[in-house]
Design a protein around this ligand. Structure first.
Ligand code: NAI
Length: 462
């Protein structure tokens, strides 16, 4: 068997990026993956396919709602669901094959099969046991359902089943108003499904800036999504092509039920570490099933590292990628580092929602002296021209030093706009630094600059 410097277990964004960086740094590298294709949850059944369906359904929404206003007359296109799914599968294929190409280019061996670690320095795949000086576990996460609720991926589905329903349902109940529930709920709502979202807490998207939460909920309601908040789902009874969801309202404990053709359970994900043999190795785990690591992603067993969804922190592809690169650098004897204070979060609905750094609620709780600069897309010419003037940019900065502490955007291309603020924060910039930077006109980015101006002497177009 070949001797490797590094074997990475899992080829999701954490794993494949770690493998590529290891190879680039001159380490002999292999990556274990049991799926038919590389790319993990993100490329196969997560980020990428959901973005394809969000894109296609958004085009339909534009045709139905905005084309005529621009003088583009005629019937909006009808939906060929089979073709839409084929388009989504084609996008997946292009992306997963892209990773295969990158593996070949970087001379990374793909060890096909499910891996386990029989001992430190050894990785077993099928009947073969390979030697590795270092092992990086990047085994990701899986959907976590609610107790007693059985997922059949037909009527009661996770995000995986929701990406390949045989037909567009008439009615869908989404359990959980988090990222997955709202992205996929938006897709089906745009395609004509009646979507009801049931959420345990009193707000959607827990942990997000309060003002954004309120605006976001209003905009989604305007698009037709219905919300039942403060409701704890008790059970889901699935029959043939139908399901009944029973929930209790937390304010008065009253019990209610609701029927639908499809129920999407989007109540979070949990680390996936089954079959790796971590118990026998004595690898320390948290109570939430995450692999514990030190600041350099090394577990308590020397030479075994872990990154991404299976360790602590937000379950985000780009957080896993950053850890993958940094972990590879540490193994290669360099100074790998991840700035956990500047990890953006994005929800790819329409409008998009993006955030980085602290929320206003967190700053208040910490007793920080802060100021708020806010600018509505109503004052942005480009957004108005594109029927995209809903939402705002909000920048939070230290009142004394003007240093940017956080930013929250709901609006067009928010997921792209957030990055200039990430870069600014990475460099420890002040709001004034952003405000003094010339921004091209007419762009959505001007709204970011205006919010930065609003932290100082005031925005111009408001
Ligand atoms: P989530 O943690 O974002 O949201 C789950 C929601 O379900 C919460 O609001 C929670 O209060 C609610 N909930 C829990 N139990 C409930 C019950 N019994 N009844 C009603 N509501 C209940 O989890 P989600 O959306 O499943 O996403 C999983 C992970 O995947 C997240 O960490 C997310 O960040 C990540 N992800 C990120 C994406 C992105 O960056 N765009 C896209 C998709 C997923």
């Amino acid at each position: 068997m070949a001797q490797y410097d590094v074997i990475v277990i899992g080829s999701g964004p954490g794993g494949y990026v770690a493998a590529i960086r290891c190879a680039q740094l001159g380490l002999k590298t292999a990556c274990v993956e049991g799926r038919e294709t590389l790319g993990g949850t993100c490329l196969n059944v997560g980020c990428i396919p959901s973005k394809a369906l969000l894109h296609a359904s958004h085009q339909l929404h534009e045709a139905e709602h905005n084309f005529a206003k621009m003088g583009l007359k005629g019937k909006a296109p009808s939906v060929d669901w089979k073709q839409m799914l084929a388009y989504k599968d084609d996008v997946i294929g292009q992306n997963t094959k892209g990773i295969e190409f990158l593996f070949k280019k970087n001379k990374i061996d793909w060890l096909k099969g499910w891996g386990s670690i029989p001992a430190a320095g050894k990785v077993k795949v099928g009947d073969a046991v390979h030697d590795a000086k270092n092992i990086i576990i990047a085994s990701g996460s899986e959907a976590s359902s609610l107790p007693g609720i059985e997922i059949d991926e037909k009527v009661v589905v996770t995000s995986t089943g929701a990406l390949e329903l045989p037909k567009i349902p008439k009615k869908m109940i989404v359990i959980g108003a988090g990222v997955i529930g709202l992205e996929l709920g938006s897709v089906y709502s745009r395609l004509g499904t009646e979507v009801e979202v049931i959420e345990f807490l009193d707000t959607i998207t827990p942990g997000m800036d309060g003002e954004v939460q309120k605006t976001f909920q209003k905009l989604l309601q305007k698009q037709g999504l219905k919300f039942t908040l403060g409701a704890a789902v008790q059970s889901v009874d699935a029959g043939k092509g139908k399901a009944k969801v029973t929930y209790k309202l937390r304010k008065d404990d009253s019990e209610h039920d609701m029927d639908a053709d499809v129920v999407l359970v989007a109540t979070g994900r949990r680390p996936y570490t089954d079959g790796l043999g971590l118990d026998a190795l004595g690898i320390e785990m948290s109570q939430r099933g995450q692999i514990k690591t030190d600041a350099h992603w090394q577990t308590n067993v020397k030479g075994i590292y872990a990154i991404g969804d299976c360790i602590d922190g937000p379950m985000l592809a780009h957080k896993a990628e950053d850890e993958g690169m940094a972990c590879a650098e540490v193994i290669a004897g360099k100074a790998g580092h991840v700035n956990y204070g500047v990890i953006p979060g994005v929800i790819y609905t329409h409008p998009e929602v993006a955030n980085v750094g602290q929320t206003e609620e967190q700053l208040k709780e910490a007793g920080r002296n802060y100021k708020v600069g806010k600018f509505s897309f109503m004052g942005n010419g480009r957004a108005k021209a594109n029927f995209a003037a809903d939402g705002f940019v909000k920048i939070l900065a230290d009142k004394d030093t003007d240093r940017i502490l956080g930013a929250h955007i709901i609006g067009p291309m928010a997921g792209d706009l957030i990055h200039e603020i990430c870069v600014a924060m990475e460099f420890g910039a002040s709001a004034e630094d952003l405000a003094l930077t010339c921004h091209a006109h007419p762009t959505y980015s001007e709204a970011v600059r205006e919010a930065a101006l609003a932290c100082g002497d005031g925005a111009i177009h408001m």
